[in-house]
Design a protein around this ligand. Structure first.
Ligand code: ZN
Ligand code: ZN
Length: 468
């Protein structure tokens, strides 16, 4: 059937373009009109002095936090050297801190036409909305955000330089840099895109089978091997006594195909990105068993990144991109913008989802498919800090499940891939004692503390793991 005439499409007038002159369905017409209106309002909000101040503070705070994750160290440093010296020192630190200065100075952009890949999931919200809200344009960039079918394709298009930068699953730049599953190409995580925002969704027939100890033989969908989804699902199953390699089957399924596979009975459930958990509820084929926020509140999910080569060749362009994405994150973090953002990312060129599904994900007021409306405001959030301790955790799980074999210097890899600059050198230059590691903090996963300084102890503490 030709795409120009589809006489069996009930949503579309036959042999007529939409009355607005564009060639799309009535449903698409409504979604686009709503998106245009929402984008105008969000753009207006982004141009207020209030947002400008908030956004600058947000970016500055993110950068300073990157340098001084331990607030006490930051305060000691400021008190000792004074604000002016501290600011100059921070501005001279490469690459993160100087990015802001570079972006503000708007140094000559090495490249202005850019192609950025994304997977149509809510994790990519800041990266996507920066386009219709004009944040890239404001930085002098002409960015084409390109919808991509799956994560392996994202990896390949980054390696062959078809994309300049991309939405990644945050473990992917680690895996690609290490050459796991592909050639080794140095990649970087510039910012985390989103925290939380994933869920375990099960088929409706398992409504009364909520105890994972009874899930032997289940088939689960995951988006990619090198995903927080895979690591969190494995962690959860193992904490409940199941070996994820032998007691269940894990299948890599592109996020957009997860609901269809659940409906067809090919899988019992998935640990997947939104909006597909909510979409399964909306389509009445599944229910939300738990939110990943219940496993690790604040866990990283997706990232914004690019190759190390791109950053080295195009530092000013990268700085401008970085600023656009952080501005977007500042806007996405604010709960009062979430309903409008749902409208902006709903149309077919972005997520292609009913607005009602996206609103439930982004506001955290949602039907769980079990007859309740839940209210979890932190269901999805957009904290850009790329803690290196998060990277170390991912590496421990890659080792635990046999993706990494042999000895790996977790810290060295984390610090090479996750871009937080070490304040150590500058504090030393200024005669300041430096005790704490800069990009590290402790995390709590399913009630157990993870200390990135003791990864081997942590790994040894698990009863279930892949034995080589
Ligand atoms: Zn129209
Ligand atoms: Zn994600």
């Amino acid at each position: 059937m030709s795409e120009f005439f589809d006489p069996y499409n009930a949503d579309r007038p036959l042999m007529l373009k939409c009355s607005c002159g564009r060639d799309h369905t009535i449903a698409d017409h409504h979604a686009e009109v709503a998106a245009d209106g929402a984008a105008i309002e969000l753009r207006r909000r982004s141009e207020t002095a209030e947002f400008e101040a908030y956004s600058n503070e947000f970016i500055e705070a993110t950068l300073v936090k990157a340098l001084f994750p331990h607030d006490e160290v930051r305060r000691r440093f400021l008190r000792a050297v004074g604000k002016g010296t501290a600011m100059a020192a921070i501005a001279s630190v490469l690459p993160v801190a100087s990015l802001q200065a570079m972006a503000q100075e708007k140094g000559a952009l090495e490249k202005t036409n850019l192609k950025i890949g994304f997977i149509p999931i809510t994790c990519a919200t800041p990266l996507i909305m920066a386009a219709p809200l004009g944040f890239y344009q404001k930085q002098g960039l002409n960015v084409e955000v390109t919808k991509t079918a799956g994560w392996a394709l994202v990896r390949d298009k980054m390696i062959n330089k078809e994309y300049d930068a991309s939405h990644f699953l945050s473990p992917m730049p680690l895996a690609i840099s290490l050459g796991l599953g592909s050639n080794a190409v140095p990649m970087n995580v510039a910012t985390i895109q989103n925290i939380n925002g994933q869920a375990i969704t099960l088929a409706l027939k398992h409504k009364n089978n909520r105890d994972p100890k009874n899930w032997k033989g289940f088939k689960f969908g995951i988006p990619f091997d090198y995903s927080i989804h895979n690591f969190l699902l494995r962690y959860y199953l193992a904490e409940n006594g199941l070996n994820p390699d032998t007691d269940v089957q894990l299948r890599v399924i592109p996020p957009a195909e997860m609901v269809a596979n659940l409906r067809a009975g090919n899988i019992d459930g998935f640990l997947g990105p939104d909006p597909f958990n909510q979409r399964a509820v909306f389509d009445e084929v599944g229910f939300i068993h738990l939110l990943t926020r219940d496993l690790w509140n604040g866990h990283p999910c997706c990232a914004f990144g690019t190759s190390t080569e791109f950053i080295q060749k195009n530092p000013n362009t990268f700085a401008a991109l970085y600023r656009a994405v952080l501005t977007s994150a500042a806007m996405a973090r604010d709960p009062k913008n979430r309903e409008l953002i749902a409208k902006v990312i709903a149309p077919s060129q972005y997520l292609n989802q009913p607005e009602a599904v996206l609103t439930q994900v982004l506001t955290g007021r949602f039907a769980d498919g079990l007859g309740s409306i839940q209210n979890v405001p932190e269901r999805a959030d957009f904290d850009p800090m790329p803690w290196q301790s998060m990277a170390v955790w991912m590496l421990t799980q890659m080792q635990r499940w046999g993706y990494i074999k042999g000895d790996v210097d977790y810290k060295a890899v984390a610090e090479k891939v996750f871009l937080i600059t070490d304040a150590r050198k500058y504090m030393k230059d200024l005669g300041q004692p430096f005790t704490a590691g800069s990009g590290y903090r402790k995390h709590t996963i399913m009630g157990k503390e993870f200390d990135a300084a003791k990864p081997a102890e942590y790994l040894n503490s698990f009863a279930i793991k892949k034995t080589a």
